[in-house]
Design a protein around this ligand. Structure first.
Ligand code: ADP
Length: 712
């Protein structure tokens, strides 16, 4: 059943109930008054009957008195027998209705002139009472032969009497009815007769007032009753019916009006709300809004519903965006895997292919050298790729830690330029370094990250420039927030304008064909920007396709205390380019601690070639044992992951064993934390694997001669 119907039903039932309760209340409050009024009416009608009764008795008394005064009667009382048997005038004086006429003479003898019943005993009793009353006349009701009679005893002579009696029967009742105009009934008494008037409601139209007829001594002898019309009751009932009908009409009208009002203010609006909700549910159109005018609960519900729809829409939008992002991430991942596969396979193909070629013992030295350099270059490319991927994953995992330590800026710049000079000169490109302002000789920053940014930008510049130049310009900005500004500018292929915004997104390459032609994973710039930002700086790119690019970055840094400002002039391109890799000859004695035999052999060869004497140990414990016997080493090169005793423990143990020279840590763990852990364990410097000869020899050179590294 609809809510509207249920409400209507509830309204009408409630109203009906209220009317019913009202009517019952009226009935029970008002009707007793009507009943009281009925009782009063009954009593007054009975009184009327009693008065009629008295009137009849008075008339009987009058008749007996009249008759007693007649001479015939007096003669009869005086003992004159001639007056018998019936004194004259009896018929005329008694008239119809008389049932007993008795004359009692002066001797107390009774003469029944008229007798329906001769009851001498009753007469004697009556006469005795008459005498007791000093022969004064008296009248009332008495029994003759057990039947009630109206009687009147009239004095004649000294103590003679005339008795008139009239039977109390249906005829008498009719007579009384005639006088009062009320139906009167007289009946023999059975059981207790009431005192006063008893009202019996016989039915809805008639009630009876019952009363006792008593003899002259007050003893009840007969039951009399009057039937009375219940007009008062009927009027009361009619009033209540009218009240009920009026209440019903009023309540019905009120309920109808209230229902119409509720229908307009609630149901109509609810239906509108329902219609819109249904349309939204069926069509899924979340642009639809419900319109519930007003300022009440329903309009608030409507407003809340609209807000809910908006929030669902927002959530849907977020879901769609999230799903789009997930799709994009998925696409990027697939692209990344494809790139990685390509990036890894390309150098691997070269490494495997050229290694096979190298197996040929008949190769000319020049050719062998060329093949070796191909293997080396591709190994480098692979290494760079792996570092990039690791860097990016670290950055994305929020694990990038930035260190602040003093570094010699001109030395650092020189090293970076130096590491790219060979490639530049191979391509016939001018690589120049210029200081636009004096810079602090010692800078407090993260030198490792700074090098990474520089290397990436300079590497890209060289990679994407086939002819012309790559210039690196430095500028130092003094102030509260001092910063180092670097501009790496090239005359290469440039970047199309539309591609510039995506340049710093991971795995993005301007043109897929570049990947094949120039190599690269598309990670370098994303990493460089993150690194610059982690040093409170940023990178921006400017480029015109076909006319070269400019990548400018800055990092916030501080000059070390009392650091002089320098503006090296010897950093000019010619000098950088003319630097050749020196043929390294070092000499000295090194203890090489490395568990991997292949790596041990490689390092040993590199060191031997540089004139260094190498003593080998397979793990930390062996190194400690060797040191205990002989600690005259210029350097200990220590792998950190080893069985029996690892490098971290061994670094401390050899110091305890009496070794006082430098320790160079070699490890495949290249995170900054690992570097810190090595230094904390007692190492003086740190070199990541795979080992490159020039870097290893540079470190050996520094440590054997007691120089500090550029970064430490
Ligand atoms: P990649 O490893 O591919 O070089 P990067 O993130 O360093 O990755 O560079 C992303 C892309 O930006 C490159 O593939 C190239 O298309 C473009 N790019 C970067 N530097 C230069 C530059 N100096 N000249 C022209 N294009 C460049």
């Amino acid at each position: 059943m609809s809510l509207r119907r249920r409400l209507l039903l509830a309204f009408y039932s409630g109203a009906l109930l209220a009317v019913l309760i009202g009517v019952l209340a009226v009935y029970f409050i008002v009707m007793p008054s009507f009943f009281d009024m009925e009782d009063d009416a009954a009593r007054s009608e009975v009184t009327r009957v009693e008065m009629a009764f008295m009137q009849t008795l008075t008339m009987l008394h009058g008749r007996s008195r009249d008759w007693a005064e007649s001479q015939t009667v007096q003669a009869l009382v005086a003992g004159d027998d001639t007056a018998r048997p019936v004194p004259p005038g009896l018929e005329s004086l008694g008239g119809p209705g008389l049932d007993q006429v008795v004359v009692i003479d002066q001797h107390g003898e009774s003469h029944w002139l008229l007798a329906s019943t001769v009851d001498e005993v009753a007469l004697e009793t009556l006469y005795a009472d008459y005498q007791e009353r000093f022969c004064y006349p008296f009248w009332g009701v008495t029994l003759f032969g057990g039947q009630p009679y109206l009687f009147s005893m009239e004095q004649v002579g000294e103590c003679g009497a005339v008795l008139f009696a009239q039977r109390l029967d249906a005829t008498m009742a009719q007579e009384l009815s005639g006088i009062t105009g009320l139906p009167v009934q007289l009946s023999a008494s059975s059981g207790d007769l009431p005192r006063g008037v008893i009202v019996h409601r016989l039915d809805r139209g008639v009630l009876s007032g019952e009363f006792a007829v008593r003899d002259y001594n007050g003893a009840p002898v007969m039951r009399g009753s009057v039937l009375i019309d219940r007009g008062v009751y009927a009027r009361g009932l009619r009033s209540i019916v009218w009240i009920a009908v009026s209440l019903l009409l009023v309540a019905g009208s009120i309920v109808t009006l209230v229902h119409m009002y509720v229908g307009k203010t609630v149901f109509k609006r609810l239906e509108a709300l329902h219609g819109t909700v249904q349309r939204i549910a069926q069509g899924g159109n979340l642009d639809l809004h419900v319109r519930v005018p007003g300022n009440d609960e329903l309009s608030m519900l409507g407003a809340d519903f609209n807000r809910m729809v908006d929030s669902i829409k927002d959530t849907q939008r977020s879901f769609a965006e999230a799903s789009e992002r997930a799709d994009a991430a998925n696409r990027a991942k697939s692209l990344f895997l494809a790139n990685m596969s390509h990036e890894i396979r390309t150098p691997m193909t070269a490494i495997i292919g050229y290694s096979e070629l190298l197996e040929n013992p008949n190769l000319a030295t020049e050719e062998r050298q060329r093949y070796l350099s191909v293997v080396q270059q591709n190994g480098d490319a692979l290494m760079a790729l792996i570092s990039d991927v690791l860097d990016l994953s670290r950055i994305e995992a929020g694990q990038l830690r930035v260190e602040r330590q003093p570094c010699q800026l001109p030395v650092l710049m020189k090293e970076v330029l130096y590491s790219h000079s060979l490639k530049a000169s191979e391509k016939g490109i001018d690589l120049t370094l210029e200081y636009l302002t004096p810079v602090p000789a010692t800078l407090i920053t993260d030198p490792f990250r700074l090098k990474q940014i520089l290397s990436n930008l300079i590497g890209n510049a060289i990679k994407f420039t086939d002819e012309g130049s790559v210039s690196v310009k430095l500028r130092w900005e003094e102030g509260l927030q001092s910063a180092l500004h670097v501009d790496v500018r090239d005359t290469g292929i440039g970047v199309a304008e539309h591609a510039l915004p995506r340049l710093f997104e991971p795995f993005s390459q301007v043109d897929d064909s570049h990947t094949r032609r120039y190599g690269g994973s598309g990670l370098g710039l994303a990493i460089a920007r993150q690194l610059a930002r982690s040093l409170n700086g940023d990178i921006i790119a400017d480029s015109v396709a076909g006319h070269g690019s400019s990548f400018r970055f800055y990092i916030q840094a501080m000059a070390a205390e009392n650091s002089p400002r320098v503006m090296p002039r010897d950093a000019l391109a010619t000098e950088v380019r003319s630097q050749q890799v020196p043929a390294v000859q070092l000499g000295g004695r090194v203890l090489l601690v490395e568990d991997n035999e292949v790596n041990r052999l490689l390092v040993q060869r590199i060191l031997n070639r540089a004139g260094i004497e190498v003593v080998e140990a397979e793990h930390g414990q062996q190194a400690v044992d060797i040191i205990l016997k002989d600690n005259r080493f210029d350097l200990v090169i220590m792998d950190m992951q080893m069985p029996v005793m690892d490098g971290y423990v061994a670094a401390g143990a050899i110091r305890d064993a009496g070794y006082q020279g430098a320790v160079l840590a070699l490890t495949a763990n290249v995170m900054s934390d690992d570097r810190r852990r090595c230094l904390d364990a007692g190492c003086d410097d740190f070199l990541g694997k795979p080992v490159r000869a020039n870097k290893l020899l540079a470190a050996c050179s520094r440590l054997i001669s007691g120089q500090a590294s550029s970064t430490v």
